[in-house]
Design a protein around this ligand. Sequence first.
Ligand SMILES: Cc1cc2nc3c(=O)[nH]c(=O)nc-3n(C[C@H](O)[C@H](O)[C@H](O)COP(=O)(O)O)c2cc1C
Length: 255
Amino acid sequence: MTESAGPQRAEATELSVDPGTEMLFGADAPLTHVMATMRAMRRLKPDPVPRELLTELVRAATWAPSGSDAQHYGFIVVDDPDLMSELAVLWQDCFDIYKELGGTVVPGADSDRHQRMYAALEHQADHFAQTPALIAAVYKKSSAEGFSPKATIELGRRLGRKRLAALAKATTAGPLGEASSIYPACQNLLLAARANGLAATLTIWHLFRTSDWHAALGVPKGQAIYALIPVGWPAGNFGPVRRRPVDDILHWNKW
Ligand SMILES: Cc1cc2nc3c(=O)[nH]c(=O)nc-3n(C[C@H](O)[C@H](O)[C@H](O)COP(=O)(O)O)c2cc1C
């Protein structure tokens, strides 16, 4: 679930920008520079982040597209230290499960890069109670809505039972449709955080204890958390990201 400490490790990677590149922040920072220097930042200062700024991150999230422009998202921003202390227990447990499941036993796990990431994960879990803000990205489950029986009967009449069954399987509803509607918003939020000099990381290991997170954050029935994003002022530095070279992954016309 975390990083790329996986199979690609054996493959070539390259830096997005020159390591000496000056880091730019604020509304005028070029988008490509922000994208190329937006690292998963897990070491956070405990200093609070103003609610106005957190609101701006969520506003940027809403500028992302969603399937059918449904905009069925909701964002829970936790900034209450008492609640954060409670959530720290859940977070630690999810991290422990990740470790148990072999999160560290991956090709390249002994690389310096992986060791650094792992130390950051440990640090984050140890200091989670001091996380200034945690943003839960929530999306409405399409199953919560469903099609009306009348509309389904009408469609069945027009398409025939076989095509209707095929359509039901191919439907864009379901977790894939919901995920693809909420993750663009999460990416916008991460980019807005980076542009404002804030550190953030998209995480999904809450999935190991979904119902407990839903209960702790009061997520209503029919909604689901798709990501938990810890946010704060960085204790580390922004800089180039290391990724597979575009020539290795780009295919023109056919794979
Ligand atoms: C779908 C997805 C799930 C992720 N899940 C987790 C997670 O559960 N915990 C975590 O610490 N980081 C998680 N990450 C963050 C990745 O590990 C991180 O984006 C990746 O290692 C790249 O890091 P870098 O930008 O610093 O190079 C996730 C990222 C994505 C896109």
